[in-house]
Design a protein around this ligand. Structure first.
Ligand code: TXA
Ligand code: MG
Length: 357
């Protein structure tokens, strides 16, 4: 048996058009997947680190390449409903309804698993997480391989998820056979995870498909994990401190008028304490800040844009040797719920500014 822990592989870095992927490149990458290799590929959310979901040896390599704890299960990516049905114990009507409404797209459904799915994929759980990504390269790859593809985000565990091929290369060069680079991932934040194995569906991780959109599609409210509405454990991965940049992150949220002032004060304090400081904030707040290294995430009322830039900016802070990051919160509604979920997980300290009018 090959000892993959000790093995450095040659990484092929292939650029591919996001709209019209070159079929020869897709075919070559699909062959590597079928042979048990690792292929990092773009999705509409973030880049994934793919392996044949039915091959436990290939799946184990994902955990080694990422340094991922073995108790954190993987999402399986499919290109059609039949594939989803084959890896689950059949699709219940609600799953079909949601798949028709949101697939391909950033919604992952947790369902009872089929026996064919190895325990390595699900970390021993009797459920499996499944989604159909809304990206032509991902769909073409899964179709060409003719396999369900297990894929966590293609970062080293604990680092921000990669939103470009270059981010993947920084983390996984020498650990994967192929990186498919199709440019920036459009959404920039991971999918919404919805557990359908409980009486009331539970959002385990907020993402691009909002709670409001799910409620509309289902016709009843969904529960949200970690809000006291459910006794079920959250997605196992959510217990780890995630999405972490190297610098300490201070999240400043609360009163709209007070936040910019608090950010300016905090940035100044950290700077005089010797820190290399970066501020991640809205365009509106940036206008009020005198300091350098102010990175604009987007307009205050455009959380989708903020989400699309978040991980990229966290990585830029690392590249710039930033030791303290001051980030402005967004309103936790719509996609803003996902943005705040990720910011809170990345933050070492959360500062809530009261309404002091
Ligand atoms: O957008 C995404 O979902 C990206 C792209 C690549 O598809 N993938 C992604 O995978 O974010 P990952 O591994 O970084 O996050 C998967 C999350 C983890 O928190 C894991 O615990 C949870 O999904 N998960 C996987 N299987 C599960 C299951 N059977 N039950 C509950 N949670 C599960
Ligand atoms: Mg991840």
């Amino acid at each position: 048996m090959t000892d993959f822990t000790a093995m450095l592989v040659e990484t092929h870095y292939w650029r591919v058009d996001p709209i019209n992927p070159d079929q020869d490149v897709i075919t070559a990458a699909a062959r590597i997947l079928r042979q048990g290799g690792l292929v990092a590929f773009p999705t509409e959310t973030v880049y994934g680190l793919g392996a044949n979901a039915l091959d436990s040896r290939a799946v184990k390599r994902i955990f080694i390449a990422k340094g991922r704890p073995a108790d954190n299960p993987l999402i399986v990516h499919v290109s059609d409903l039949e594939q989803a049905a084959a890896i689950t114990a059949g699709l219940p009507p609600l799953a079909v309804k949601l798949a028709k409404a949101f697939w391909p797209g950033p919604l992952t459904l947790v369902l009872p698993k089929a026996d064919a799915v190895p325990g390595e994929v699900t970390a021993g759980l009797d459920t499996v997480a499944v989604r159909m990504p809304d990206h032509r390269v991902a769909l073409a790859l899964i179709r060409a391989a003719g396999l369900p593809v297990a894929a966590p985000s293609a970062n080293v565990s604990g680092r921000p998820s990669p939103t470009t091929g270059e981010h993947v290369r920084q983390d996984l060069e020498g650990r994967v056979e192929v990186i498919l680079d199709a440019g920036p991932a459009p959404h920039g934040l991971e999918s919404t995870i919805l557990d359908l194995t409980t009486d009331v569906p539970v959002v385990l991780r907020p993402g691009g498909v909002t709670r409001e959109a799910l409620t509309r599609a289902i016709g009843t409210d969904v529960a949200v994990a970690g809000r006291g509405e459910t006794e079920r454990p959250r997605a196992p991965g959510m217990k780890y401190r995630h999405y972490a940049p190297r610098g300490e992150l201070y999240l400043v949220e609360g009163d709209r008028r007070g936040v910019p002032r608090r950010i300016a004060e905090l940035a100044a304090e950290l700077k005089s304490a010797g820190h290399r400081v970066a501020v991640l904030c809205s365009a509106e707040t940036a206008r009020l800040l005198p300091c350098d290294r102010v990175y604009v995430m987007g307009l205050r009322d455009d959380p989708a844009r903020v989400g699309a830039r978040l991980y990229q900016l966290l990585r830029r802070c690392d590249e710039d040797g930033v030791t303290a990051i001051v980030a402005e919160g967004v309103e936790p509604v719509g996609v803003g719920e996902a943005v705040m979920n990720r910011l809170r997980k990345a933050a070492g300290k959360v500062i809530t500014v009261g309404d002091d009018r």
